[in-house]
Write a protein that binds this ligand. Structure first.
Ligand SMILES: [Zn+2]
Length: 467
């Protein structure tokens, strides 16, 4: 019997050398420099090629599909176990203390873009597979480690894979956290549009802007208001800000008042973790009479969306016993007097409610404010695998055995992973409970020992699932 942890540690130096080579490639999506050979830009394809180069070096069969997705294969047969990782990263961004593309080892941490999401974990899974091969273990179920190159955006490569290759029997994605994610909520986004106006009132909303992305709680909001009541508005705003969990500033020039609010950003899948600067600003403004169009925009946010992540006011509050609450994030609020406005609402919903119902309720409510609702592409459906499925039990048992966490349970999340690409698909690692989550941040890192433990867990998991 193989001692998986000892085996993983033997590969530590080789693993880190390979990780260094992967981290050195800026593999963020770069469609501005797309060519017919490199539809997502050269970086993602290059990182994929390096993955496949390692696999060829180690004697595996590999396939590159159109430079956007590829796989490493081990074993024989038609059916297979799939492991879905990705070689692309988000852009480096600002604020790094070291070069994001030079792997740094410091105080037990592997630091660099992709060390945690997902080059580090995907490579750990690769080494898990390599352990089987180098120990002469022949699986009874074929194994494919599939590497996507557009996970951080549109999943272009992985979607292509599932169009042209047979569906796996079961699979997991080492691109989230341990212990295991067996359920992912559905995800759908709507835009509610408002008309502009060409007349003015005692108070006129000139501009409103909050939020950058549908899946983030807006940290900042700003509105420009034309008013005859500058002094009153100013003192009321100062009092409002003092009473609320926000900071704010107000300034005026010739009856044009600029109000800005700072709240707290958070991932949109749990808006309660943030403070939505936009809905607070709208709430404040809703105390005043505005022009019809400005009123509709402000009042819809204040009456129907503010402090209501479970969408009670829209009549959409819904909880599934297993998958939890429907949640709503107001990610973008924009308005201009001349061109009108839009409000972007992102819903994460459990099984038991469908996007059409969400849309109908939103339409019925927005209609009272003359808002017009449109839906994006239908979004993503909820995904759920029965936790009593044998393969989940196997993965959980291995996880508990190797970590000593005997009471670990599978979980349901609001985010989306490659796990949902497969009927029997889950996310499995590699971030351990309690470890810092630095994905997408400056100074991204993962603890080297945690990566070694993940490698060991993946080695045993691949073995047990295919023996
Ligand atoms: Zn990822």
């Amino acid at each position: 019997m193989i001692s998986w942890k000892d085996e993983a540690n033997k590969y530590k130096q080789d693993y880190l050398n390979d990780l260094k080579e992967l981290v050195a490639i800026d593999s963020s999506r770069d469609v501005e420099h797309a060519t017919s050979d490199y539809p997502l830009g050269a970086g993602p394809a290059k990182a994929l090629a390096i993955f496949l180069k390692f696999a060829k070096r180690d004697g595996f069969t590999t396939k590159n599909i159109e430079n956007i997705v590829g796989y490493v294969e081990y074993g024989e047969g038609d059916e297979y176990l799939a492991i879905l990782g990705h070689a692309d990263t988000v852009p480096a961004g600002k604020g790094w203390d070291t070069d994001p593309f030079t792997l740094m080892l410091d105080e037990g941490k592997a630091i660099g873009r992709g060390t945690s999401d997902d080059k580090g974990p995907a490579l750990a899974a690769y080494y898990g597979l390599k352990m089987l091969k180098e120990n002469g273990i022949k699986p009874n179920l074929k194994i494919r480690l599939i590497i996507g190159t557009d996970e951080e955006s549109n999943w272009t490569g992985m979607k292509r894979y599932f169009e042209v290759e047979p569906e796996p029997k079961l699979g997991f994605s080492p691109d989230a956290e341990f212990p295991l994610i067996n359920g992912e909520k559905g995800n759908v986004t709507f835009e509610t549009k408002f008309k502009g106006i060409n007349k003015e009132s005692e108070n006129t909303l000139i501009n409103f802007k909050a939020g950058l992305k549908e899946n983030m709680v807006p940290r900042d909001a700003e509105a420009v208001v034309k008013t005859n009541n500058v002094a009153e508005l100013t003192s009321a705003f100062d009092k409002f800000v003092a009473d609320m969990p926000i900071t704010g500033e107000i300034s005026d020039a010739d009856g044009m008042v600029t109000l800005s609010v700072v709240g707290k950003a958070a991932h949109g899948m749990e808006p309660k973790n943030g403070v939505n600067a936009g809905t607070y600003l709208a709430k404040f403004l809703s105390n005043y009479d505005f022009d019809e169009s400005g009123h509709d925009f402000i009042a819809f946010v204040a009456d129907k969306l503010h402090l209501d992540s479970r969408a009670h006011s829209l009549g959409l509050n819904f909880t599934d016993e297993i998958m939890g609450d429907l949640t709503m994030n107001i990610g973008i609020m924009e308005y201009s007097k001349s061109t009108g406005g839009l409000i972007n609402t992102n819903f994460r919903y459990p099984k038991g409610i469908d996007p059409e119902k969400i849309k109908q309720q939103l339409i019925a409510n927005a209609d009272k404010y003359h808002g017009v609702v449109s839906m994006d592409d239908g979004g993503m459906k909820p995904h759920f695998v029965d936790p009593d499925d044998d393969f989940i039990k196997t993965l959980m048992a291995i996880y508990s055995e190797q970590t000593g966490q005997l009471d670990a349970k599978p979980e349901v999340v609001g985010g989306g992973t490659y796990g949902r690409m497969m009927k029997r698909g889950v996310a499995f690692g590699a971030l351990l409970p309690g470890a810092a989550d630095t994905m997408h941040q400056a100074n991204e890192f993962q603890v080297v020992d945690d990566l070694m433990l993940a490698m060991s867990i993946y080695g045993q998991s691949i073995y047990e699932l295919t023996k």
